[in-house]
Design a protein around this ligand. Sequence first.
Ligand code: ZN
Length: 706
Amino acid sequence: MSEDSEKEDYSDRTISDEDESDEDMFMKFVSEDLHRCALLTADSFGDPFFPRTTQILLEYQLGRWVPRLREPRDLYGVSSSGPLSPTRWPYHCEVIDEKVQHIDWTPSCPEPVYIPTGLETEPLYPDSKEATVVYLAEDAYKEPCFVYSRVGGNRTPLKQPVDYRDNTLMFEARFESGNLQKVVKVAEYEYQLTVRPDLFTNKHTQWYYFQVTNMRAGIVYRFTIVNFTKPASLYSRGMRPLFYSEKEAKAHHIGWQRIGDQIKYYRNNPGQDGRHYFSLTWTFQFPHNKDTCYFAHCYPYTYTNLQEYLSGINNDPVRSKFCKIRVLCHTLARNMVYILTITTPLKNSDSRKRKAVILTARVHPGETNSSWIMKGFLDYILGNSSDAQLLRDTFVFKVVPMLNPDGVIVGNYRCSLAGRDLNRNYTSLLKESFPSVWYTRNMVHRLMEKREVILYCDLHGHSRKENIFMYGCDGSDRSKTLYLQQRIFPLMLSKNCPDKFSFSACKFNVQKSKEGTGRVVMWKMGIRNSFTMEATFCGSTLGNKRGTHFSTKDLESMGYHFCDSLLDYCDPDRTKYYRCLKELEEMERHITLEKVFEDSDTPVIDITLDVESSSRGSDSSESIDSLTYLLKLTSQKKHLKTKKERNSTIASHQNAREGQEVYDRGHLLQRHKQSNSDVKDTRPNEPDDYMVDYFRRQLPNQGLGE
Ligand SMILES: [Zn+2]
């Protein structure tokens, strides 16, 4: 890390509120040790004049408790032992002591989506007196808004789940990222579940993650979650719930798997508030008796998972050299938002020449798939491959892996503890209300004063569409060059992973409702390549992965493809760049043409003339202008190592194809039509799809392969 970037780190951390809540830490300590402490008595503890401080610690030495001063706090919040700090909850949240942990596992075969039989039932549960409430989390509604936080949440003795001493299932969700509000047993093996809305809101029900125990193997159980609010869902398109069995993990090393029969997503009766809700129902047979099992909407990735991951980096003598972990800010609940600076340390030369790349994730806490992409990115960029080394030598990566830890901890789907969507508040001046997005914007602003930021990408999950795709910002009103240029990176990504990433699903615009998003704010600050990457909760409709769910490894591999596409984008050999540009120009021309045909009654001859003179048309003089401009724009990349070696096979492929049209008109129209079809096979091996083939390369042996 150069001095320059070190300074940058300091300036990033303009943390205004370093004081921790004294009461909480002290109370916790005292309540645990009061009865054995010779120095403090219950009376003195209750004394209003008793000094309340976190600076005094008690240590048990030679048979007695001795007070000592705490060591000075690490200014960056990341201690020498790594970025592990206790998880803080809103004070009223009940949290069980048990640590929930899951093993990492990928199924050997891709897991197919559910094909409806047409015989699925749609259970409706009118209020019935015979039904038994078997789980109820009452603490969520104790306060109308966030008040204060505590390590470990509520201190009063926890309500114990009722053991009915029969075959009634027992439910639990009072753990990190858990979400379950209420469970009603409606029949012998049938349960009606309600998920908790995001804290301090009455909506955003989508994320669920809960534990089930006391089951019998081989019995068909039915679960129905009855309070979803979105009319459309991937559960209507074959997505299956995720299931985890501790016995399976222990005995067969099997982790999260897709399960369920009779899966159906449907509108149910209006609720008490008159709103319509949607139900998800499925049936399932547990593999073992008396197991401890979990169901979830997506592969969980908690704040503790992140802290453990970052600790691993921090304690690694190699990776910690080029990855500095700092605290960007504290959240409302005083959890830490981490920022990573990844670049090869420079001793003497000026690191300002290095351009910056910004990557963020988990602004929406229920979109855990974004964390798996982030993990894949970090695994790769901190790895020992020559490409990762090249990227670290070339760029400064600023990474905020979890923008909304509070939301993640309490099991929210979309909001922070302010009860708001942080990704609509990047323009807000309310630093105290939305610290993580305020400090992220501030960090980017400062970064841009020092170096060019070539790309910003915020990772998300998508609940209605398959595949992985991007949203960009429309530069069409600036110039045609910008209009096309911002599409190049997503197009390259689609060529590098054609069975996961769909270019045709990408959208480039700035809607009024999205003006507070990170993508639009960063774009308006001047970052041309400003993206939201959306990863489906379900799976792929493309190529060899068509009809299957994405595993965590699939999601992680997107982190690698992101890096690979970044190298393509900045490759001094501009062949791929210009091929993509040309393809985009062709695509644009034909999309415009098709649109005109669809929208107009004008005779064909007039339309053709109109398109020829259109400002976005592929007029040859304009093409030359844009190419000249881009050549200028990218000519300073000569210090980069060429990727010719890696791409020698590609180069020969290209020569063989020299002179061939990139796409003929018919193919382009067909391609555009594919964009509107979710089931069209775009298998890369089709003979006419050589552009896709052209980009295909072997994945490195880092466990990120498909
Ligand atoms: Zn999102």
